[in-house]
Design a binder for this molecule. Structure first.
Ligand code: SF4
Length: 360
C-alpha cells in the first residue's frame, strides 16, 4: 500500500458472543432472551439546554408544562425501585434527566443508590453545564463514572445545537474536573447531525485524543416525536469511523459486555479510543438489556416506546416489594422491543416517548 493511500477503514468490532452459561443475574428474560441489566433513571424532565435533537424550543418553550413536584418520585421511592431492579438482574444504573444536576440534593440520591447491594456500576449523564462545582460531592457520594454531552468545540456550532448560547469552555471545565476527581475515563457523547456539526467530528477526535476521555459519536436518532428527524440528516457511523481513520488510524476493540451500546475503536498509536453508536444504520436491539424509568415512575422498555408502565401507582398504593417485583417480571417477560431494527417499517407519526422525559 503506497504511503499516501488512505488506511483501510477498520471493520466493525466482532459482536460479543452470548454467554448463555452466565446466569441472567436471577432476573427474567424477555421474549428475545434478553436479560434486564441496565436501568436508566430520569430524575427530572427539566433541562437548562434546548438541544434541537432532544428538546426543541418550539415544543419545550416557556409555556411547556413540566412535571409538578408532587408527581416526581422521591429519592426513597427511586432507591426502593432500584433495589428491586437490582434483585432482578440490573447491574448498572445511569442517572439521567432532562439535566439531572438540576435536581436538588442529587448527591443524596447518589449516596443512597451507591449503597444498593449488587449494583456494580453507578454513572451519570449530564450536559456538563453544572458539573464542575458538583463533581467532588458526587464522587464522595459514590458516583463511579460520568458521561458528558458535547456536540462541538466550535462555540457557534455548539450554541446552535444546544440553542441556549451556553459556551463550550464551561463544559470542557466540567469534563476536566471529572477526570481530576478520578472519574476517568470520562465519556463524551456527541450527536452528529449532517450539515450542522459533522464538520466538528475531526476536531473533537483530535482534541480528546491522548486525554483519556473517550468520545462517542452518536448517529442522530428519531427519538420522541418533536425533533423533525429525517434520515438525510444522519451521518452513518461507518462514515464517521472512515473520516477519523483517514487522519488517525483506528482498529476495532471487542465489546466489554453483551449489550454495550457503542462500537469501540482504539487509535493504532495507542493514544486512546473512540466509540460510535449506530442505532440507525447498524441497530443493536438483539443485545438490548436496557430499561428506562421516567421521573414520575413509568418504566419504558425501549427508547422509542410509545407507552410506559406505572410503578409510581404501585409504590403510592402501598404495594409490597413482592407485588411490585411481580409486576416488573410481568412487564419484562413480554418485552419484544426492537424498534431500531424495524424503523424502516414503523408506522409514520408514532407518538414515541420524548428522550428528555426518559433520559437517552
Ligand atoms: S431501539 Fe429499543 S430495543 Fe432497540 S436498542 Fe434501542 S432501546 Fe433497545
Amino acid at each position: 500500500m503506497s504511503e499516501n493511500a488512505e488506511p483501510t477503514p477498520p471493520t466493525a468490532p466482532p459482536a460479543r458472543p452470548v454467554d448463555s452459561t452466565k446466569p441472567s443475574g436471577g432476573g427474567p428474560l424477555d421474549t428475545l432472551n434478553r436479560p434486564l441489566r441496565d436501568l436508566r433513571i430520569s430524575v427530572t424532565d427539566r433541562c437548562n439546554f434546548r438541544c434541537t435533537y432532544c428538546m426543541p424550543k418550539e415544543v419545550f418553550g416557556r409555556d411547556y408544562q413540566f412535571l409538578p413536584r408532587a408527581e416526581i418520585l422521591t429519592f426513597e421511592e427511586i432507591t426502593r425501585l432500584a433495589r428491586l431492579f437490582v434483585a432482578h438482574g440490573v447491574r448498572k444504573i445511569r442517572v439521567t434527566g432532562g439535566e439531572p444536576l438540576l435536581r436538588n440534593d442529587l448527591e443524596k440520591l447518589i449516596a443512597m443508590l451507591a449503597r444498593v447491594d449488587g449494583l456494580e456500576d453507578l454513572t451519570l449523564t449530564t450536559n456538563g453545564s453544572l458539573l464542575k462545582p458538583r463533581i467532588h460531592a458526587l464522587t464522595q457520594a459514590g458516583l463511579q463514572r460520568v458521561t458528558v454531552s458535547l456536540d462541538s468545540l466550535d462555540n457557534d456550532v455548539f450554541k446552535a445545537m444546544n440553542d441556549v448560547d451556553f459556551p463550550v469552555e464551561r463544559v470542557l471545565e466540567g469534563i476536566e474536573a471529572a477526570a481530576e476527581a478520578g472519574l476517568a475515563p470520562v465519556k463524551v457523547n456527541m450527536v452528529v447531525k449532517k450539515g450542522v456539526n459533522d464538520d466538528s467530528v475531526l476536531d473533537m477526535a483530535l482534541y480528546f485524543r491522548g486525554t483519556g476521555a473517550i468520545v462517542r459519536f452518536i448517529e442522530y436518532m428519531d427519538v420522541g416525536s418533536s425533533n423533525g428527524w429525517r434520515l438525510d440528516d444522519v451521518v452513518p457511523a461507518a462514515e464517521i469511523v472512515k473520516m477519523i481513520n483517514a487522519e488517525m488510524p483506528l482498529e476495532p476493540i471487542a465489546p466489554d459486555y453483551r449489550g454495550e451500546v457503542a462500537q469501540r475503536y482504539r487509535y493504532k498509536d495507542g493514544s486512546g479510543e473512540i466509540g460510535v453508536v449506530a442505532s440507525v444504520t447498524q441497530p443493536f436491539c438483539g443485545d438490548c438489556t436496557r430499561a428506562r424509568l421516567s421521573a414520575d415512575g413509568k418504566l419504558y422498555t425501549c427508547l422509542f416506546a410509545t407507552k410506559g408502565h406505572d410503578f409510581r401507582a404501585l409504590l403510592r398504593a402501598g404495594k409490597t416489594d413482592e407485588e411490585i417485583a411481580a409486576f416488573l417480571r410481568s412487564v419484562w417477560k413480554v418485552r419484544d422491543d426492537r424498534y431500531s431494527e424495524l424503523r424502516a417499517t414503523a408506522t409514520p407519526g408514532l407518538s414515541k416517548v420524548e428522550m428528555s422525559y426518559v433520559g437517552g
